[in-house]
Design a protein around this ligand. Structure first.
Ligand code: GLN
Length: 493
């Protein structure tokens, strides 16, 4: 096997290869690191590559393999972690100048889980500052690019994680999703991105954006890897009070089904007339057709409140929570600090130059909607709309097991295209945001490639803790459209 072939293998194929003695962990890690070094000049998918750490861990794992030790389910698998998830002893910047030099003294629960399973963290991924954005252009470390077309954005805010998996840096990565930050970049980069049910995966060690919406989830190029990494990171954890103790199913068991007999797939009534790209509409129809041919019953569902009021509801609640979560970055306790004569000036100067423009906008919106004279009209009203959205989804799920919707209204957009118009950028999350408001799980996956060679994604939404249903339907679709491809060097434009 040529070394560059390692970059195309799935996580589980790598583990198989190590077990059979086809190659060693250091062979694979070395290949990945060399490839990253060359490609990072273009992609900028990583804020902090962990060359030395990954190298020494690969030697340690090879030694364990030679001693015949029992191997974890992600043994020797390279993984990229979004830079708002902490790794002990490594800086966690959140894509912000505010935390540029902040070294985390502890690891997130999901990172501990990955390491226990034998994974090798090879880098911390680029992201929009504090996970606010949908293009990774709001990173204080420069934008990440889309590996399929370097003139386009990879999506965001977990754009660096999605681009890393699409480019072949690693078969799997972690991101976070508050309003679409896993699913939108996954769609733009043509890989799988799963936002688990709110409460399935512990957020211990995730720097909070909007606590009632944030979830950590995986990126991968195949469904079997999605199931494998989800199994690992969804281990219950008492350090996040919202993390359920409910027993997790064996996610791999939902894969490789060939029939959807007795299964109901819902689609959005009138999606053909929505303002979405024609190629995305076509991908939705094809995906529904695949489900139908596999025996699923296809039903129409209506989500008028979610599609109409989801965005304003989110852009009230999320900034409100963010303005309170980000109050801790005051120049005193954490990170960036500017010397000043008095405390107020210290706050103003540190926050004024530590935060970038989008984060400031969110703090301003959040502070505005929470103001005592505006609270009822904005924040409270948004909470009521959120309840209506939850009810609307409940009604849809009384008719269907899984819903198929667009992941995004458009294909990956050009760099700079939405930078000066925030509302236009917020529209990128039209279909992903209601899912967070309702706390549901959803997967975005590549359904086809556009005529211009860009990935076209669709979204599968499940009931609470219905990750298994999503995997089942997605597995039938994957068998027809194939797993995600790697945009290795020459494959891209
Ligand atoms: N793009 C959305 C925002 O800017 C979602 C971000 C996210 O999910 N973290 O808020």
């Amino acid at each position: 096997m040529k070394n560059s072939e390692f970059l195309k293998l799935s996580a589980l194929d790598l583990v198989e290869g190590y077990k059979k003695g086809d190659f060693t962990v250091s062979d694979v890690i070395e290949t990945a690191l060399e490839y990253i070094e060359v490609n990072e000049r273009n992609l900028n998918a990583l804020i902090t590559p962990l060359y030395e750490e990954a190298r020494s861990r690969s030697w340690m794992l090879d030694a364990a393999l030679a001693r015949g030790e029992e191997l974890g389910s992600l043994f020797g698998v390279p993984v990229v972690v979004k830079d708002n998830i902490t790794v002990d002893g490594v800086r966690t910047t959140c894509g912000s100048r505010m935390l540029e030099n902040w070294i985390s003294p502890y690891s997130a629960h999901v990172v501990e889980c990955l390491e226990r399973a034998g994974a090798v963290i090879i880098g911390k991924a680029n992201m929009d500052e504090f996970a606010m954005g949908s293009s990774t252009e709001f990173s204080a470390f420069g934008p990440a690019l889309n590996p399929w077309d370097l003139s386009r954005v990879p999506g965001g805010s977990s754009g660096g994680s999605a681009a890393s998996v699409a480019a072949g840096y690693a078969p799997i990565a972690l991101g976070s999703d508050t309003g679409g930050s896993i699913r939108q970049p996954a769609a733009f980069c043509g890989v799988y991105g799963l936002k688990p049910t709110y409460g399935l995966v512990s957020r211990f060690g995730l720097i909070a954006f909007a606590s009632s919406l944030d979830q950590i989830g995986p990126f991968a190029r195949s469904l079997k890897d999605v199931a494998a990494i989800l199994q690992v990171i969804s281990e219950p954890d008492a350090r996040d009070a919202t993390c359920t103790r409910k027993e997790r199913p064996n996610y791999a068991e939902f894969l490789n089904v060939t029939s959807l007999e007795g299964f109901k797939v819902g689609y959005l009534a009138g999606y053909e007339s929505l303002e979405i790209d024609d190629e995305i509409k076509r991908a939705i129809s094809q995906t529904i057709e695949i489900c139908k041919e596999s025996g699923a019953e296809i039903v129409e569902v209506d989500l008028p409140i979610s599609t109409r009021y989801g965005l304003p509801c989110y852009y009230t609640i999320a900034p409100a929570e963010a303005s309170s979560n980000l109050a801790r970055f005051d120049g005193v306790q954490y990170g960036f600090s500017v010397a000043a004569d008095d405390l107020k000036e210290l706050y103003l100067k540190s926050r004024g130059s530590g935060f970038g423009p989008e984060v400031k906008r969110r703090i301003l919106i959040g502070t505005f909607v929470l103001g005592s004279s505006r609270y009822d009209a904005y924040y409270l009203q948004a909470q009521k709309v959120r309840q209506l959205i939850i009810r609307e989804f409940n009604a849809a799920f009384s008719k269907a097991d899984v819903l198929i919707t667009p992941a995004t209204p458009t294909l990956p957009f050009k760099r700079g295209e939405k930078l000066t118009d925030p509302v236009k950028a917020y529209m990128a999350d039209l279909f992903t945001i209601p899912v967070n408001l309702a706390g549901l799980p959803a997967l975005s996956m590549r359904a086809s490639m556009s005529q211009s060679g860009l990935p076209v994604g669709v979204q599968l939404i499940g009931k609470k803790f219905g990750e298994g249903d999503i995997l089942k339907a997605a597995s039938v679709i994957e068998q027809v459209v194939g797993p995600a491809a790697t945009a290795l060097g020459g494959d891209r434009k």
